[in-house]
Design a protein around this ligand. Structure first.
Ligand SMILES: [Zn+2]
Ligand SMILES: [Zn+2]
Length: 574
């Protein structure tokens, strides 16, 4: 996406904050604040004005100086003037004004009185009770301040919000907004809609005949901590979780165009605009135009159609060949959750799961699945009460018994067996051969060299009872990077040996990523989408893995758990 009005407004607000700390001329400060407001509520993207060589000084409150700054931001994404300012003030002081309860005035005051030049300075002063002794602060306020800083720091470290967290927020916010009966359409755009594993902020689009009502309702959401901007049809708030949500009310006739525009990705949109230009059209957030005539705008699909393209699913919009494929009518028919017939990785309270085998089976049935593999940890994972051969044998009998009772759900006898550091599996073949499916995992000794790790996994695959490589990269989003290994080599080895790789649906794992799925398809190795559920609730996470597969262009036939039970069991035999 090109630089948005909100970005420009944010930079100007930031400048105003710094100037205020520096005790600059109040008129100058106000000029930046006014400009920020003007640009934020301006209905046309300033980036477009710049690219059309429009006159920015025609905007209220924008003189030559500000106009050239806007131009610089649009063209370079940043502003040298701001960088210079940031150098002049004590490092970290501008961070202070980001803390709720501390405006520029208080930041300056703290700097003057206690020589506080950073967040850390402020924390230590507050802990010593120095802040509450100052005029305008209280003991209560000091406490609250420490809490706010803690929240801020926390959010700063884990900058990206997991998709599922954003999803929960989106659902509750939509429910709140839908109390306005005049709302006709409501969608969340942005990377959320493209189902990226993490989401930076939420972009809500609404069509409604009473925009002001929507604004009021938005503001009244009980999770709102701060209203950053509020116009007639646009607003931006920060929630208590420090998550930013932007909302726009757009005309019904432009809803599809706006949805397309704000869904992105930036690269996808740029490519679309180029195609439009080549065909003599123009597209923007209001529609697709030939000259002054609007050809479409209310629906995304009609805009694509006008460009001679099939409808491109949001998960594909990364400019990674989807536009070319759409042009040739060669878009994949993406896998859908309703075609998933079973789940091949789940734990019960026999190892580290929370629910019984019966409860897990009942929930899987309720979700419409036909089969569920029970895959407890093996003994190496002692912390999770991994099973040894004896316990596993007992467990196998229990599953046999369950299946005999014909509960309308077939449980597969499985294991999540550890891949030991030498590439051996954690349980003897004599017990592995009694199982329907073996999920194999690396949980320990993650710090091997790339060669050693690759060798270790391939050696494990040499075992004829190896079926599925679980959570293949080992990454934990925001917590742990993937371990070093050669994924391509592993995929080739898996294909050649009749093994499969897993897309793990745990919200902070979600490996494989979209591009890995694409690679798997190229190489010709099939994948399983598995929840790795440790509770009945987590069985619901299947959609997260399906989203990864869709981002990787995968179709039903690429996913082994879209198969019927009998076909799958045959397929798993090596
Ligand atoms: Zn595991
Ligand atoms: Zn597991």
């Amino acid at each position: 996406m090109t630089v948005q009005n909100a970005d420009v407004a944010h930079i100007f607000e930031h400048i105003a904050d710094i100037l205020a700390i520096e005790n600059a001329n109040p008129f100058r400060i106000r000029a930046y604040r006014n400009a920020a407001r003007t640009i934020f509520s301006f209905t046309k993207p300033v980036a477009e004005l710049v690219s059309e060589h429009g006159d920015l000084t025609e905007l209220p409150g924008i003189g030559k100086d500000l106009a050239s700054k806007i131009e610089e931001i649009v063209k370079t994404g940043e502003l040298k003037f701001l960088k210079r300012l940031e150098k002049e003030i004590p490092r970290g002081l501008s961070e202070l004004v980001e803390i709720p309860g501390i405006g520029p005035k208080k930041a300056k005051y703290l700097y003057k009185k206690l020589n506080i030049g950073s967040l850390d300075d402020l924390v230590s002063a507050a802990r010593q009770g120095k802040v509450s002794k100052l005029k305008g602060f209280t003991v209560q306020g000091e406490k609250k301040l420490l809490q706010n800083i803690d929240t801020f720091k926390h959010s700063d470290q884990a900058k990206r919000t997991l998709w599922i967290e954003a999803h929960d927020l989106a659902l509750s916010l939509i429910e709140h907004l839908q109390k306005i009966p005049e709302i006709e359409q409501i969608e969340v755009a942005g990377s959320y809609r493209r189902k990226k594993t993490t989401v930076g902020d939420l972009d809500l689009l609404v069509s409604c005949s009473s925009p002001l009502k929507v604004m009021e309702q938005f503001k009244s959401y009980d999770q709102v901590q701060e209203v950053r901007a509020m116009g007639d049809t646009k607003a931006s708030v920060v929630l208590k979780s420090n998550f930013q949500v932007d909302l726009r009310v757009v005309d019904k006739e432009s809803f599809g165009a706006a949805l397309l525009y704000f869904t992105g990705s930036k690269a996808h949109n740029i490519h679309l605009r180029k195609i439009a230009l080549e065909q003599g059209y123009k597209i923007n957030e209001y529609g697709i135009f030939k000259g002054k005539i609007k050809l479409a705008g209310s629906e995304e699909a009609r805009i694509y159609k006008q460009l001679g393209l099939g409808y491109i699913e949001p998960e594909l919009r990364e400019d990674l060949g989807e536009i070319e494929a759409a042009r040739r009518g060669k878009l994949p028919k993406l896998v859908e959750q309703k075609f998933i017939r079973g789940d091949l990785h789940a734990h019960t309270d026999a190892s580290d799961g929370q629910n019984s085998l019966e409860d897990m089976a009942a929930e899987a049935k309720r979700l419409g699945l036909e089969y569920l593999a029970i895959t407890e940890h093996s003994k190496r994972v002692s912390i999770a009460h991994g099973l040894d051969a004896k316990l596993l044998e007992k467990h196998i009998r229990k599953i046999d018994q369950f299946n005999k009772a014909q509960n309308g759900m077939t449980l597969l006898k499985g294991i999540e067996v550890d891949i030991l550091v030498d590439g051996k599996l954690d349980l003897p073949d004599s017990i592995l051969e009694l199982l329907d499916v073996r999920v194999c995992s690396v949980h320990y000794n993650l710090n091997l060299s790339m060669e050693k790790m690759t060798e270790r996994i391939i050696r494990a695959m040499d075992n004829r009872y190896f079926n599925i490589l679980a959570h293949p990269t080992g990454r934990l989003i925001n917590k742990r990077a993937p371990y070093a290994f050669d994924l391509e080599k592993i995929m080739i080895a898996a294909r050649d040996r009749g093994c499969f790789l897993e897309i793990n649906c745990q919200p902070d794992r979600l490996d494989l990523e979209g591009e890995h799925c694409k690679l798997a398809k190229e190489i010709g190795v099939k994948l399983a989408i598995s929840t790795d559920a440790h509770s009945t609730n987590q069985l619901h996470n299947m959609e997260l893995g399906v989203a990864q597969a869709r981002r990787g262009w995968l179709e039903n036939s690429d996913i082994i758990n879209t198969m019927s039970l009998n076909a799958l069991l045959r397929y798993l035999k090596r």
